[in-house]
Each structure stands twice: as C-alpha cells, then as structure tokens.
Design a protein around this ligand. Structure first.
Ligand code: CAA
Length: 265
C-alpha cells in the first residue's frame, strides 16, 4: 500500500492514512487501497476494533492533519461523470467502515475537512484531539460534499446544524464539534491514541458477536419505522440468546466471576 499503514496489535488494528505530501487527502489510489484493506480486516477473526487515524505531515507533526479532504488536485479537471464515479468510489469503503463487523473508531488528529470530516462520520465513534478542526468547505470550491457529508452530518448533528456548517463552509474546533455531537470525546493531543486504544480495549473485552449484532441493530434499525425496528431488535436479541457467549456472560454474573471466556459466538 502506498498511502495506508496497518498495524495490528492483539485485537486492535490501527489504520493510518499516510499521504504526508497532501495532508492525507483522499485520492483514487487511497480510496482503492482503503477498500481493499477494509475487506482484509473484516475477514480477520482476531481483529475486534479498527482505529482510523491520520499519519504525520511532512514535518513529522502527528497532530496536523487527520484527512484534509478529497484530493482537490485530482478533482480539478473532473467531468460530471468522473466526479460521480469518484463519489461512488468513496461510498464503497465508507460503507465498509460503517457496516463492517468490527467497531470502527476515528481518532481525529488534526484537519478533518471535507472528505476528512466525511470519513470520520462513516466510523462508529469519533474521538478528537484538542487541536482537531472540522468542516465541510466544499461550497467554497464550487461543489457540494461528495463523500456522504450532506447525509451523514444531518443524521449526526441534526438538519439545522448540518445546513449551517455546509452552507457557510465554516470550520469548527474540537470543543464545538463535541458540543454539537459530532464527536464523542475531546482529549489532549498526546492522549488521543491511548484514549482510542483504551476504548477499543473495553469494546474488545465484551462478547464480540454481541457487539457486532448491536452495531447491525443500530445501523439497520435507524432507517426503519420504530415498530419494525423494535421487532428487528427482538429477532437479533433472540439470536444473541442462542450463543455460548450468552451462557458464559450470564453464568459468570451469577457465579460472581469477573473473568469471562467469550468465544465470539
Ligand atoms: N487536496 C489536495 N492537496 C491538498 C489538500 C487537498 N484536499 N489539502 C492540502 N493539500 C496539499 C496542499 O496543496 C499542499 O501541497 P504542496 O505542499 O504541494 O503545495 C500540502 O497539502 C500542504 O498544504 P498547505 O500548504 O495548504 O498547508 P496549510 O497548513 O497552509 O493549510 C489546510 C492546511 C487549511 C488544510 C489547507 O491545505 C486546505 O485548506 N486544504 C484543503 C481543505 C479542503 O478544502 N478540503 C475539502 C476538499 S473537497 C472535498 O473533500 C469534496 C468531497 O466531499 C468529495
């Protein structure tokens, strides 16, 4: 891979978007590599949580940029058809982040602009370093967000705030992103990766099949009416009750045992 770095440590994978020359902007090659590596990670039984972050900039500053957007130098000569294809090229890996079996955490370590904010929003959870900056500046470039921004931002922070951010193209800092519910947590820069790994470890210590079913229940139920969604949840609840992990988790509780031997089903 030319633009990504994957490190797996036990049950946690850290995937770095590493294009220092362009502040980790997403070009076609990076999107294709992302698509490929996410399929590989999803197929790995040992990985329970994926942390997505940005690599350091050219001066080796790890807190400069998460992802500074889609690659403007690639997009500048796009025709309408090429732009559409570019949007769909991102949609595939972004849906993988959203729907893959493992939990995905964006550790946002700097600029999360345009496609950078959009890829963070495709993850399950966002943790920001205190110097992170979020925004959808596309209308200032004569385009609209093309990697899901008009859809995911409104779903995360509500229509009014999404419209304000997208129509003004203004950036917001990490604290404001936290205040409006765009990120789950803000931490000092140096604590970003430790915080993400700690949260990943806590998630990985639970029954991973149950976690992945809970993820599917939240994602799929969100687009249903409440009656069908609750029935869908009851069906999935039934499935989790047929697992070894359910017997183990409940028996451990009744026996007052802290250690649990989950087997992922
Ligand atoms: N695409 C391509 N190259 C980019 C880039 C991007 N999105 N963002 C930064 N770069 C490149 C710069 O061109 C520069 O390259 P050179 O050294 O070869 O000149 C290098 O990264 C460093 O950037 P700067 O010198 O500009 O760094 P800075 O610290 O002065 O500014 C910044 C940082 C504020 C993030 C600024 O680079 C910037 O505004 N970038 C663009 C942000 C943006 O508009 N993102 C949205 C893109 S559109 C989009 O994402 C559409 C979509 O939804 C599909």
């Amino acid at each position: 891979m030319n633009n990504l770095k994957l490190d797996v440590d036990g049950q946690i994978a850290v995937l770095q978007i590493a294009r220092p020359a362009a502040l980790n902007a997403l070009n076609s090659e990076t999107l294709d590599e992302l698509n490929q590596v996410l399929s590989e990670v999803e197929a790995r039984d040992d990985v329970k949580v994926l942390i997505l972050t940005g690599g350091p900039d050219k001066k080796d500053n790890p807190y400069k940029s998460f992802v500074a957007g889609a690659d403007i130098k690639e997009m500048v000569n796009f025709t309408a058809a090429e732009a559409r294809a570019f949007g769909m090229r991102a949609a595939e890996p972004f849906f993988k982040l959203m729907n893959m079996r493992q939990v995905t955490i964006a550790a946002v370590n700097g600029f999360a602009l345009g496609g950078g904010c959009e890829i963070a929003m495709a993850c399950d959870i966002r943790i920001a370093s205190e110097s992170a900056l979020f925004g959808q500046p596309e209308v200032g470039l004569g385009i609209i967000p093309g990697f899901g921004g008009t859809q995911r931002l409104a779903r995360l922070v509500g229509m009014g705030r999404a419209k304000e951010l997208i129509f003004t193209g203004s950036n917001i800092d990490a604290q404001e992103a936290y205040r409006i519910g765009l990120v789950n947590k803000v931490v000092p820069n140096e604590e970003l990766m430790d915080t993400a790994k700690k949260m990943a470890g806590k998630i990985a210590s639970n029954a991973s099949f149950a976690v992945s079913i809970a993820k599917a229940a939240i994602n799929n139920g969100y687009d249903m009416d409440i009656k069908n969604a609750v029935e869908y949840e009851a069906n999935l609840f039934g499935i989790t009750c047929s697992t070894h992990d359910k017997t183990e988790g409940m028996t451990a509780f009744i026996e007052g045992r802290k250690e649990k031997n989950f087997t992922d089903f």
